[in-house]
Design a protein around this ligand. Structure first.
Ligand code: TEU
Length: 587
């Protein structure tokens, strides 16, 4: 069985600082700030959270909302100051909570001092801290980038940016404002190690490492195979995701820094599904990272192999297969799962995996809460998920979207769909369903002006979702009806239950109870002392489901339709209502 560790039992709450809460202490009116976070620690503690992960708050020109860092040792004035962070850490400690920082070291901002020096001349001290290559020329003598790799945010342009001054290209996988660091240089790696030490010594307890599997690139920088014949540039992930020296670099970070502290680490790892590659990072004896974010579940509604901004029809069987697979793999191979259905790069989970209509929104949010709180792994809750916040309305003009990926996509589609209204409508729908903006609207604290996110009369940096009068934290503090918990209360109860039965839910065995249904996801969790059965109807249809004889079910204890125990048989066939989820005690 998996060894007990505090970071395995943790409930991590992700904060997207710009949209969390604006106390007014930051330099930019209508932006969230660090003091806003500190003021909500009691709320988070009460919910059952013990680790707070903040998306980047470092000094940044915000070309990609802070995922473009200009100074790893300072806080962006929009968010406050270093002493505000010290205060946050102090207040967290008081409550026995911890801080996880976002570490973005695949690339920096183009305004970082390292890059400014690097681009100043070909023989500058930091020239080789980034990836510079000469141009290529086609048969007509036109200048071309060193290879055909596609940029990741916006997917129309080259991943290489031309620099007039020194007449070379630099690699910028995400946007031109985010030049990739050259991890082949030992000086770059040592500089990154210093950043980690600085924050750990200051009181942070760990890191979420942004696209950490992209740091090692195949050094011949070959052209990518053509997978999209309509595009000049192609996805090059084969040559930069889990590249040749990734494990060496991660082991080095561990040896130089992490092994000397008691930390929690999670690596974001897009593009990689290979079990062996994943276990090489998270395996108990690998000494790389505690866990990673696997993309399978959040890629479920995109066309396989295509860009994230596509729509694909999926059903509960796909969801079950993905979740069950990783529950089993991690257990059998000694790795560890991170459980997440939302983050700042993904649409809202209720809108995506359930139904965000008035009729089903709360049921859907609770259904997902049952799943998340009863699976094995470290649990991540994204701000607003505990309130059942949903995607922005389709009626919003795409001009409301603030994310660089959305802006680039919308521009591209407007060019491509000229005169084809139907195609453009589909692009608008795709954006509404998938845009990262869906997760970035201000957190809805109450029904007052700006949903309580910032003071009245100040315009929030991003528009508040229209539904804030009904969907907000204050309205969910107390239940309207005695037999109906609010989404927030339901999450709190789920987290309490998870903690109380951690040997089952965090560490226990996982067994699928249905390998056929395209609507139901059912499983049994067990430790040596106790067991639970979970049955989740991931469809808007009423479903008859037969309880397997060997499930050992004794009694139903909780569900999402009422606060009291579900009134259903414990053997034979039961009827599940749309989006119904139930939990039972078993032997
Ligand atoms: O995201 C990397 C990533 O692969 C995504 O989930 C990304 O949103 C997707 O490719 C877009 O289609 C991380 C950060 O989480 C994201 O916010 C940053 O924009 C990105 O890295 C660059 O730092």
């Amino acid at each position: 069985a998996s060894k007990h560790r505090w970071w395995k039992e943790s409930v991590v709450y992700q904060i997207y600082p710009a949209s969390f809460l604006s106390s007014g202490a930051g330099s930019q009116p209508g932006w969230g700030d660090v003091r806003g976070i500190t003021s909500k620690l009691d709320y988070l503690k009460h919910l059952g959270v013990n680790v707070v992960w903040t998306s980047p708050i470092y000094k940044s020109p915000q070309a990609d909302m802070g995922y473009d860092i200009a100074d790893y040792y300072d806080i962006d004035p929009k968010y406050g100051s270093l002493s505000d962070v010290d205060e946050l850490i102090k207040e967290l400690k008081k409550r026995d909570m911890k801080l996880m920082m976002d570490l973005v070291v695949n690339h920096t901002s183009d305004q970082h001092a390292w890059f400014l020096d690097s681009r100043s001349s070909k023989d500058s001290e930091h020239r080789d801290w980034y990836i510079w290559k000469p141009a290529k020329y086609d048969k007509d003598g036109n200048r071309q980038p060193p290879n055909n790799w596609l940029q990741l945010l916006g997917d129309a342009n080259s991943a290489w940016t031309w620099d007039e001054k020194t007449q070379e290209y630099y690699l910028s996988l995400f946007t031109p404002e985010q030049p990739d660091l050259n991890w082949e240089s030992p000086k770059v790696r040592a500089a990154v190690h210093d950043v980690l030490r600085f924050w750990l010594d200051r009181g942070a307890s760990g890191f979420r490492m942004d696209v950490i599997n992209l740091i090692s690139k195949v050094q011949s920088f070959p052209d990518a195979e053509v997978t999209d014949p309509t595009s000049k540039y192609q996805s090059g992930h084969k040559y930069f995701a889990n590249g040749p020296r990734l494990h060496e670099f991660l082991k080095e970070i561990n040896k130089e820094v992490l092994s000397k502290y008691d930390t929690i680490t999670v690596g974001e790892m897009p593009f990689v599904e290979d079990e062996d590659e994943i276990i090489r990072v998270v395996g108990e004896n690998e000494h790389e990272l505690n866990m990673i974010f696997i993309f399978a579940l959040v890629d479920i509604d995109g066309i396989p192999g295509a860009s994230r901004l596509t729509l694909y029809d999926w059903n509960a069987a796909d969801l079950r297969k993905i979740v069950a697979k990783w529950q089993n793999v991690m257990r059998e191979r000694g790795g560890w799962n991170s459980l997440f259905v939302e983050n700042h790069d993904q649409p809202r989970s209720v809108s995506r995996y359930a139904d965000d209509s008035d009729e089903y929104r709360e049921l859907g949010a609770k259904l997902l809460a049952i799943m998340q709180t009863t699976l094995s792994g470290t649990l991540y809750v994204y701000q607003g998920e505990e309130l059942g916040m949903v995607n922005v309305p389709l009626s919003w003009d795409p001009a409301e979207y603030k994310d660089i990926e959305s802006i680039n996509y919308w521009k591209k589609m407007n060019e491509r769909c000229k005169g084809d209204g139907k195609k453009l409508e589909h692009a608008k729908l795709t954006l509404n369903k998938k845009a990262r903006d869906n997760a970035r609207t201000p957190v809805q604290w109450n029904a007052g002006p700006n949903a309580g996110f910032c003071k009245e009369g100040i315009e929030p940096w991003m528009r508040v979702n229209d539904d804030y009068k009904t969907v907000n934290a204050e309205a969910q503090r107390e239940a309207k009806d005695a037999d109906q918990l609010t989404v927030l209360q339901f999450w709190k109860r789920g987290l309490e239950n998870r903690k109380k039965h951690k040997d089952v839910f965090v560490y226990g065995d996982f067994k699928s109870l249905d390998d056929k249904s395209d609507k139901v996801f059912a499983y049994k969790r067990s430790s040596k002392d106790e067991a639970f059965v979970v049955v989740l109807n991931f469809s808007g249809k009423q479903v008859d489901w037969s309880i397997p004889k060997d499930a050992g079910l004794e009694k139903w204890v909780a569900g999402n339709y009422a606060a009291s125990a579900p009134d259903k048989a414990v053997d034979g066939s039961i009827q599940l209502r749309p989006w119904e989820g139930i939990l039972g005690a078993a032997k």
